[in-house]
Ligand binder design. Structure first.
Ligand code: GDP
Length: 426
């Protein structure tokens, strides 16, 4: 059975925590898209971790952690991340990397950085991890696949020269930066070959066999629905598909094997990067929610950037859950809202005087104004509560209002950052 754990919103919903928790009952956890550009914060008996590239199952000795072909593979970053968790006392994880994954190169990071600088005030708010140039190259068919490192040297050299020729035009004439040298790039790729050699595997075949044996596979998504390049707030999106459906492609499993789609929904909103954010709040109100949010404030796990904050947006979340094909919802960070007397919930968008509950494409989204319903707060700390019935009535009313808005059962309620801070609702 395959279960996907994906985000309904703009990312940072707490997927890492839910994956870390559900990995206990799984055999394999797969990252199927994205790269080291976003972080999953996990708090478990080993300590606090911000994982960027490793799947959130790496803390269990029985779990095999897989980097699927859909991931932007930054090889030195992966090796450092493995070492960093081992240095903190985690048993060395069992890791497999798809031979069809493509390699994120240093020039992708440079080009991302140069382009953000060139766009200045009109930038996308990229984390400058090279993600957009990486995926552009993948679809322009000039990316390096892991398998090439183990293929014919002359073919690799030819590929390297072609890439240098193309990139150097941009580097010289658009960005006025140092050029790429084919000899240096060959040396770099040779070093990558040795770093990645122990992990390389035909992941799709491995997963196929595992599923035949009845193993439990988790697909872990990065970011959320609204950052998907097709279904999100294009162009303020990421460059790989954040939807569970893409898990079939980015991991190499049959789509019909994905039986369960656990969509992680945040009890309030946060977003990084530019783009429309209808229920965004500002000033002191936003700062208070930011400082109280997550496990130590809503600041980027990769960049430390303050996240943009807002109230729960039922319009965006209903859409986000729908495009994921959610079969159940995990509602996270609910404990954070315990300080509020009243909790606004965005239940509609006013677009040029017309109220809608349907999430519009970007061109209309920029005109949307939030329509709020005000919910009573519960004014207490709900951390430590383990059963749904023990939650304050106003808190249950908030959960049930969200459930009614999104139309998919909320089966997990997360009321703290730790692995055990969870209420199951069957
Ligand atoms: P991901 O990218 O979706 O894995 O999300 P993040 O790593 O950005 O997680 C969001 C933050 O919320 C992290 O700091 C988590 O430790 C924290 N977190 C997750 N679930 C909860 C929760 O239920 N309550 C609180 N207070 N923090 C949580």
């Amino acid at each position: 059975m395959v279960r996907a754990i994906v985000g309904a919103n703009w990312g940072d919903e707490g997927k890492g925590k839910i994956t870390d928790m559900l990995a206990a009952e799984s055999d394999i956890v797969v990252r199927f898209q994205g790269g080291a550009n976003a972080g999953h914060t996990i708090i478990n008996p080993y300590g606090k971790f911000a994982l960027h590239l490793l799947p959130s199952g790496v803390f269990y000795e029985h779990v095999t952690s897989v980097i699927g072909n859909g991931v932007a593979l930054n090889i030195p970053y992966l090796i450092e991340e493995i070492q960093s968790i081992v240095d903190k006392g985690v048993p060395r994880p069992h890791i497999l990397v798809s031979d069809r994954a493509q390699i994120l190169m240093p020039y992708h990071v440079d080009l991302d950085t140069y382009e953000e600088a060139r766009l200045a005030g009109k930038s996308f708010g990229s984390t400058r991890s090279g993600i957009a140039p990486f995926y552009s190259d993948k679809y322009a068919k000039i990316g390096f696949q892991v398998s090439e490192l183990f293929g014919d040297e002359a073919d690799l050299r030819e590929h390297v020269e072609k890439v240098c020729l193309l990139k150097n035009v941009l580097l010289e004439h658009l960005y006025h930066k140092p050029l790429l040298d084919p000899d240096e790039m060959m040396k770099l790729l040779a070093s990558y070959r040795e770093m990645i050699r122990p992990y390389v595997c035909d992941v799709s075949a491995y997963l196929h066999d595992a599923l035949k044996e009845g193993q439990q596979v988790l697909l872990e998504g990065q970011l959320g629905s609204l950052k998907d390049p097709d279904h999100g707030i294009y162009p303020m999106v990421t460059s790989s598909h954040t939807l569970a459906g893409y898990g079939a492609i980015g991991a190499g499993v049959p789509p019909y094997e994905i039986k369960n789609v656990t969509v992680v929904v945040k009890a309030y909103s946060s977003a990084v990067g530019a783009g429309a954010f209808v229920s965004e709040i500002f000033g002191e109100e936003a700062q208070e929610l930011r400082d109280r949010g997550g496990d130590g404030g809503e600041y980027g796990a990769t960049t430390g950037r303050p996240r943009r904050m807002g109230w729960f947006d039922a319009v965006a979340t209903r859409y986000g859950v729908r495009v994921q094909g959610g079969t159940e919802v995990a509602l996270t960070v609910l404990d954070v809202l315990g300080y509020l007397d009243e909790i606004p919930m965005c239940v509609g968008y006013d677009i040029d005087g017309v109220i809608t509950r349907d999430f519009p494409p970007t061109a209309r989204l920029s005109h949307a104004k939030p329509v709020y319903k005000i919910m009573p707060g519960w004014k207490c700390d709900i951390r430590g509560i383990r059963t749904y019935e023990e939650l304050p009535q106003a808190c249950r009313a908030y959960i049930e209002a969200i459930e009614e808005e999104i139309g998919v059962p909320i089966r997990l309620v997360s009321n703290g950052p730790g692995r055990d801070d969870i209420i199951r609702r069957d």
